[in-house]
Design a protein around this ligand. Structure first.
Ligand SMILES: [Zn+2]
Length: 232
């Protein structure tokens, strides 16, 4: 099986989480020549407060919004797994799907939601993060984990690092001072989530958040992660 490697794989629970969590850093990676791909786990079909919105219409809208944001960030591929919103479970099938993609694209870096955020945290975020960590180690790594994947040419792969957004224990701060405007523009692609009125306070809220993430650093704006390095 020949698939072009992507150095970075972003595994996101819903359309729009990747832009909130890591878009500013993606811009830097792409400018350094790295290929970034998205795996969008759910179709986001519950993400509305519009009582007249139908789920299938929302799925279509959110897919288009996600593709527009990814295009703006020059993300190479977007893979939609299409699980229903609010319905992700830690199942063998979901885990295997993530393992399959990791073995196929062989990322050095995987980015996803921190599953260990306490109290109120979207269940889909918790499960996406947990299943992704399990998929990376040990399932994607071990040769005997999935004999059928091996037969398909999907050999074991060791991810080098995991970056978890939404962490209560950030230990890695990425400077997004110069890429903040593109992050904001990418978030604005998600009109069904952030509204279509450019005069909303999204920019100010995002800037304050990015300033908080940069506290203690020698730059102004950041995205912050808990970084897990995987030793060879
Ligand atoms: Zn989400």
């Amino acid at each position: 099986m020949i698939t072009k490697q992507a150095q970075v794989m972003v595994i996101t629970p819903h359309p729009d989480d990747a832009e909130s969590g890591v878009a500013g850093t993606i811009v830097r990676w792409v400018s350094e020549g790295k290929d970034v791909i998205y795996v969008v786990c759910t179709n986001g079909d519950k993400g509305t407060s519009d009582i007249n919105m139908k789920s299938d219409e929302l799925v279509r809208i959110r897919e288009q919004e996600q593709l527009a944001a990814a295009k703006l960030l020059r993300v190479r591929d977007v893979i939609f797994l299409g699980y229903p919103d609010q319905a992700l479970e830690d199942t063998p099938e979901f885990r295997k799907e993530i393992v399959r993609l990791i073995r196929m694209y062989k990322p050095e870096t995987v980015v996803t939601a921190d599953p260990y955020r306490r109290y109120l945290w979207h269940r889909d975020h918790r499960i996406t993060g947990q299943v992704t960590l399990d998929a990376i180690f040990p399932y994607a790594r071990d040769v005997l984990s999935y004999p059928d994947l091996l037969k398909q040419g999907l050999h074991p792969h060791k991810v080098r690092e995991v970056l978890l957004w939404g962490s209560e224990e950030p230990n890695y701060h990425s400077d997004i001072t110069d890429t903040f405007d593109i992050k904001l523009a990418a978030l604005r692609c998600h009109k069904s989530q952030v509204g279509s009125n450019p005069s909303t306070d999204l920019e100010e809220r995002l800037r304050q958040w990015a300033k908080r993430m940069a506290e203690g650093q020698d730059f102004e704006l950041a995205e912050a992660f808990h970084r897990v390095e995987i030793r060879r």
